[in-house]
Ligand binder design. Structure first.
Ligand code: HEC
Ligand code: HEC
Ligand code: HEC
Ligand code: HEC
Length: 158
């Protein structure tokens, strides 16, 4: 009989731990968890309540119809303005300009989509950067390397 003491101790400890787990879980898990899946349901409503930062396609055309019209004619017709510039919210609020829209003039912006990569579809216009810019293997890239030849109009409507 006296040798069963350690079994009782173990059993009591195990029961206490399980009770703590069940009670703790009840208090620690947010109420809406599992409502719609393995996540906190309220997170969805919190996301829905946050203000949108990007405009709908065409949001820029309301004020920049010249650029939008040019873009619709050229190779960049499928590239949204906000991809190269920035989100509408930094620039416009309630139909008024509230801040400057970033303008990225770096060669990196263009290289992001046009540098030759074997994995890109062959139909995508791609260039070997150094060959296209006539740079030797050690030459540094000029900061605005692409704009010298592809000017503003060409960029919006290549
Ligand atoms: C492929 C990338 C790209 C897309 C898409 C694009 N832009 Fe641009 N945008 C540029 C670059 C780069 C410049 C800077 C041109 C320069 O300095 O010659 C520029 C310049 C401008 C300027 C002149 C800024 C200044 O300070 O002179 C305006 C305005 C502008 N873009 C608006 C738009 C609008 C509106 C759209 C969509 C209809 C758009 N852009 C789409 C890359 C882009
Ligand atoms: C409510 C009108 C309005 C909307 C919508 C709007 N802009 Fe502008 N934007 C302006 C005004 C006003 C200027 C300053 C005068 C100018 O350059 O035409 C400006 C200037 C710019 C400039 C030059 C840098 C600066 O901030 O002065 C860029 C680039 C630009 N806008 C891009 C965009 C892009 C991209 C969008 C869409 C995501 C957009 N704009 C939507 C009104 C607007
Ligand atoms: C977000 C991706 C993206 C960025 C950034 C981008 N482009 Fe493009 N560009 C494209 C796509 C897509 C096309 C059209 C491909 C097609 O016609 O199928 C294109 C087409 C072109 C063309 C026309 C090629 C032809 O043979 O018709 C030129 C030139 C060009 N881009 C230059 C530039 C320059 C310069 C920059 C930087 C200011 C730039 N692009 C930034 C995606 C991009
Ligand atoms: C020295 C002038 C010059 C510079 C600098 C330059 N380009 Fe070009 N680029 C050209 C010419 C010329 C063409 C061929 C004419 C055309 O198709 O528009 C061309 C064509 C392209 C094309 C289309 C290629 C194709 O296969 O259809 C892309 C994309 C392009 N350039 C991207 C860039 C990018 C990105 C940069 C900056 C890293 C850049 N260019 C810098 C002159 C230049």
């Amino acid at each position: 009989m006296e040798h069963s003491k350690h079994i009782w101790r173990g059993a009591i400890l195990l029961t206490a731990a399980l009770t703590a787990l069940v009670v703790g879980r009840h208090f620690l898990i947010p109420e809406s968890f599992g409502e719609m899946g393995f996540y906190r349901g309220d997170a969805l409503y919190e996301f829905m309540a946050s203000p949108p930062v990007h405009g709908a396609p065409g949001a820029c055309a309301a004020c920049h119809d010249d650029v939008a019209a040019a873009k619709a004619q050229g190779g960049h017709r499928t590239v949204e303005c906000e991809v190269c510039h920035g989100p509408l919210a930094v620039h416009v609020k309630d139909g008024e300009k509230v801040g400057d829209m970033p303008v990225d003039r770096s060669w990196q912006l263009c290289a992001h989509c046009h540098r030759y990569l074997a994995a890109r579809p062959a139909a995508m216009p791609q260039i070997d950067l150094r060959e296209h810019l006539d740079l030797g293997p050690q030459d540094p890239f000029p900061a605005e390397a692409c704009l010298g030849c592809h000017d503003r109009d060409a960029i919006h409507s290549p």
